[in-house]
Each structure stands twice: as structure tokens, then as C-alpha cells.
Write a new protein. Structure first.
Lengths: 338, 106
């Protein structure tokens, strides 16, 4: 059981700056994120795209912004729990009991949801027959490649993940590579390598095909793939891998008793608190009249939510507003003063 | 101004007048058309504003730019006439455009 003054859900720019604000005013915090890295949408969706509307930063990429925010957190000791999704948030007396998919539990008076548009989940195959084989014969990521040895594996997708695994597994598996069009968006060298392996018969390539159906009993036996011209082919397959990137899903947040509006959470504009006391929402995921989905708005929302956390985490102390330019307290926390 | 007709998967037709310069996605979001999510807000980064454009219109509207097809690889049930509605800019020329919304976006 981890006890902390505030738990932040989401390690995107808003979550990171909110952590900065909490630590600055003397509160502890820990951060949970479903992605395996820090940065949220900035890292997952547009690491190389320039952003032009961060105040006082004329131009920076998603990755640069993330690195700057991580640098800004250097004076502080903050525990990150990556590749974990918050599954459950339950009231326990004056605290919230939070459980993650990684088996971690937290007891905290304050939960700050900085979840963007939800957590990133793999995009799945459309036919519903595929569901029953999920995590048995059909996967959206590879955890142990040894299970595929000597088997027939059908791999779907046109990006680097699909190509890399097709090439890697072709060493000791029979590989079908299926993609919806002729062009691949992977790195050119990887695409060339794949085409070589197709020529030498190591990979069977099917383009302009998509998943249509899955057949078998407990174990997957074969799949149907459908061409743009509606022709259907049946491929014997022991395993199927799908690499269609990630999609944002609200996920378990929908079950925490919060007032939702489409995929956003309603908050007040004083504390950015939800309808549940001690649960806040900041950044893209929160909603209030006039809400702008800008990174700069997330920073403001996080700063105010952090002050609100102080009251619940230190009920017997009074929060005093201070500037980093002049306060010796703040400068000490920042490591700028003994 | 252009009249855009959004046809949901349940075959409900919503015809909206959309201002020039907006995207077909923005026309849908501003008018609460169900079935277009646009999670990334028009950044061509999520494929949740995916629509199907009828053949005759598909060839008439401006062509896909680099990157749109890459993103469509990730859409739910993409077809040859798939587009991201955030990449179709509204102008007088597309007055009367009809787009079909897929059964879901992810």
C-alpha cells in the first residue's frame, strides 16, 4: 500500500506540471500512466510535430516539451508507475483507495485525473469472432516470441511493428503478412528487407486484404481475409498478431461515479474538482464552460487543483501563496537554497 | 457555405450547412453528429473522424495528402473510399457532399 498526498493519473504535460506544482507547495505525489513512457499524447501521437502555442516557448516538438517538463521536475523525487492502468477508485473513509492493473494500491485524499482523452489501448480487429481468441491465439503485442516457434503466424499491419515482427519471426515460423494496401509506412530499409523475404519465400504477402473472420474451437485454426474486390481467402493460422497502433479509450474512468459529458469529466473552475470530493480532473479530459483543449490551459488547471489538494492533505495547516522568486521555502524545495 | 450530409450507420441523415474553411469533421463536431469522435482534434493523429465518401464525390474532393493513408491503416474497417473527415476542407465546390459514418470509430 502506497500512501501519498496526491495521485496523478496520466504522465502527459498536464500531469507532469501538476506534479511540479504539488511538490513545490510541499505535497507528495506519485504518477500512474498506462503508456510505457512519460509524455502522454505528446510522445505517443506527435513527438516530432512542432507546437507553437506554449507561452514563452516560440516553437518546440512534443518530445522537447516532454523533456523540458521532466527537467523541471528534477529537483523533486517523484515516483512514476508506467505501463499501469488505474482500474478502481473507491472511497475509504476520508481517503480514496486506488488500484492499478499492475497490482499497486494507493491510499490518498486526492486523485488528480490528467488523462487526456483516456488511456492508450491497442486498436483491435473489427470481426467480433476475433475476440474469443484474444490473448490466447491472437495478440496485439508480443510478450514471448518463443511461443510462435515452428507455427504459422498471420501478421496484420503496415507499420514498423508489423514489419519488424514479420522479419524477426520469419526465422523460425511460417509468416503471412496482411495489409490493407500496397504501400507500407515502415522505415524504407525494413520495407526492403520484407520484400526480399517475400521473394525468397520466407514471408507470404497479402496486400489489399483485411481480416474477415476467425475459425477454430478453443484454439484458433484459420482466418478468412477479404480483398478489396470482396474475394475471400482462408489462411491456416496458429497465431494472429495485429498491429494497428493505439487508440484512446476512457476505460475504467467511466465507472468511478463521475459526471461525464461525452468523453470528458465535468469540473468546477475554482478547484477543478469533479462531483466527487477529492477527485479532480485537469487538462484535455476536463470540461467546464469555455474549456480550451490547450496545453497551457492544462498547466493552469493543474496549478489550481494542486492548491485544492493542500486542504485535504494538510487539514491542520494553512496554505500560503508564495512566489518562487522570493520565497525561501520554495527555493529550498527547488534545491536552490540550503 | 456547403451543405454536407452525414449519414450514420443506422442510416439517419443529418444535413448541415457548414462554413467554408472549416473541415467536414468540425462541421460534425459543432453540430453534435453522432459517430465522429475526433479525439485528437484534427491533428491527423488518431483516425477517429473516419468516414466513407461515395465514389463520385471521392474523386471530386481534394486528394489525400501524405500521412492520411498511414493513419487510415489504423481506422476501424477502412475501405478504398475511406477518408479522415478532418482533412476535407469545406468550400463551395463540395456543396452537396455526402459522407457515411462507420459503425464505430475504434
Amino acid at each position: 500500500m502506497n500512501k501519498t498526498d496526491a495521485l496523478i493519473i496520466g504522465a502527459g504535460p498536464t500531469g507532469l506540471f501538476t506534479a511540479h506544482q504539488l511538490k513545490l507547495i510541499g505535497l507528495d505525489c506519485e504518477i500512474v500512466d498506462n503508456l510505457d513512457k512519460i509524455g502522454g499524447q505528446c510522445i505517443e501521437l506527435y513527438p516530432d510535430k512542432p507546437i507553437y502555442d506554449i507561452p514563452a516557448v516560440p516553437e518546440c516538438t512534443g518530445e522537447e516539451l516532454t523533456n523540458n517538463l521532466i527537467n523541471q521536475l528534477k529537483p523533486f523525487d517523484i515516483k512514476f508507475h508506467l505501463s499501469e492502468r488505474v482500474e478502481e477508485v473507491k472511497k475509504e473513509d476520508a481517503n480514496w483507495l486506488v488500484k492499478t492493473s499492475g497490482g499497486n494500491t494507493f491510499l490518498t485524499p486526492n486523485v488528480i485525473i490528467a488523462g487526456g482523452v483516456g488511456s492508450f489501448e491497442p486498436r483491435k480487429f473489427a470481426p467480433k469472432e476475433c475476440e474469443q481468441y484474444e490473448n490466447k491465439s491472437l495478440f496485439y503485442s508480443v510478450k514471448d516470441k518463443n511461443i510462435f516457434k515452428g507455427k504459422t503466424v498471420s501478421i496484420f499491419g503496415g507499420g514498423d511493428s508489423a514489419l519488424d515482427w514479420a522479419i524477426e519471426l520469419s526465422k523460425d515460423c511460417k509468416i503471412n503478412l496482411i495489409h490493407r494496401r500496397d504501400e507500407f509506412r515502415g522505415a524504407q530499409a525494413t520495407v526492403d528487407k520484407m520484400h526480399e523475404l517475400v521473394k525468397s519465400g520466407k514471408i507470404n504477402l497479402f496486400t489489399k486484404y483485411q481480416m474477415a473472420n476467425a475459425h477454430g474451437g478453443q484454439q484458433l485454426e484459420s482466418i478468412d481475409i477479404k480483398h478489396d474486390n470482396s474475394e475471400i481467402k482462408n489462411l491456416k493460422s496458429d497465431y494472429v498478431l495485429g498491429f494497428f497502433g493505439l487508440i484512446m479509450q476512457l476505460g475504467p474512468i467511466a465507472n468511478w461515479g463521475l459526471n461525464l459529458n461525452k468523453k470528458t469529466i465535468e469540473v468546477d473552475t475554482e478547484k477543478f474538482e469533479t462531483n466527487q470530493k477529492g477527485i479532480y480532473a485537469v487538462g484535455d479530459i476536463c470540461n467546464y464552460p469555455g474549456k480550451l483543449k490547450l496545453i497551457l490551459s492544462g498547466f493552469h488547471e493543474g496549478a489550481l487543483a494542486a492548491r485544492a489538494c493542500f486542504k485535504l492533505a494538510r487539514p491542520n495547516e494553512k496554505y500560503r501563496f508564495e512566489f518562487t522568486t522570493t520565497s525561501s521555502n520554495l527555493l529550498k524545495r527547488l534545491g536552490k537554497k540550503e | 457555405m456547403a451543405k454536407i450530409t452525414y449519414i450514420t450507420h443506422e442510416n439517419e441523415k443529418h444535413t448541415i450547412e457548414v462554413q467554408n474553411g472549416l473541415t467536414v469533421m468540425e462541421g460534425a463536431i459543432q453540430n453534435d453528429i453522432p459517430g465522429i469522435d475526433a479525439d485528437c482534434g484534427g491533428g491527423m493523429a488518431c483516425a477517429t473522424c473516419h468516414v466513407y465518401v461515395k465514389e463520385d464525390w471521392f474523386n471530386k474532393i481534394p486528394k489525400k495528402e501524405d500521412g492520411e493513408d498511414d493513419m487510415l491503416d489504423m481506422a476501424f474497417e477502412p475501405k478504398t473510399n475511406s477518408r479522415l473527415s478532418c482533412q476535407i476542407i469545406v468550400s463551395d465546390e463540395i456543396d452537396g457532399l455526402e459522407v457515411n459514418i462507420p459503425s464505430k470509430q475504434a
